[in-house]
Design a protein around this ligand. Sequence first.
Ligand code: OAD
Length: 255
Amino acid sequence: MASLALPDALIETLRSTRSVAAVTGAGISAESGIQTYRGSGGLYDDPVEGDRTMEALSAPTIATDPDRTWRAISRMAEQACHATPNAGHEALVEIERSVDDFVILTQNVDGLHRAAGSQNVIEVHGTVFHTTCMSCSDSRPFERNRYLGLAVAPRCEECDGILRPDVVLFGEFLPVEASRRMQAEFDHELPDVVLGIGTSSMFPYIVAPVLRAAQQGKVSVEINPEETDVSAAYTHVLRGTAGEVLPLIAEVLAK
Ligand code: OAD
């Protein structure tokens, strides 16, 4: 955006908005220094695995070569260990305080929405900071510093089995509880405004709220410096970064 200002029609809508849903992807964490997945310099443009990174982050690979999966996860998780929430994450915390109903549906596994202080967060792809033992199913938080220099799959403190991070790998179902909450929030009447922030919208359950907003005549806003395959489905498109645009939206909603 040449000059960062919200369109008048959107400001008018926001003045009477009582409920907001934010659907977020890796782009909202880019300004915290975390790589996105796609595009030049993204996680899938990795110098070691290249486009085989997705294979490394898959159900068959963690079953046969867990060290490889953990190395791929730790490249992103190490960045998350050092990262702090940015102005975009913080603006969503403000928005949650300003409206009656609010939910974040995030694909991010970096924990930054919760770290910022957002309350109603659905981490639909899980989190890198929790693990489950693949032998005894012991489930517990994974300390941040264990990612630093991690080269082999970590072991369970209970049975010495191999741990897996509680993230959704390619070829796996979404976590049951997150799916249930996602249905409860998005399968019926949507909030007044749906924000799509920093996502290339690759998955049907991420595209669905935007399409349903259009069907229900709700307002939807894409916040992304780049065009995406679903840009045309939004009622408003703001070509700026999350850290630039979300504070402007939070400011209007706070009044
Ligand atoms: P992508 O890497 O596919 O897309 C990131 C999006 O963020 C792009 O559309 C960028 O233009 C945009 N972007 C970059 N910087 C931004 C900024 N500062 N502010 C706003 N937008 C910005 O990441 P996701 O859409 O999150 O899943 O990817 C979705 C899923 O694909 C991930 O959760 C992961 C991956 O495969 C699994 O691993 C299961």
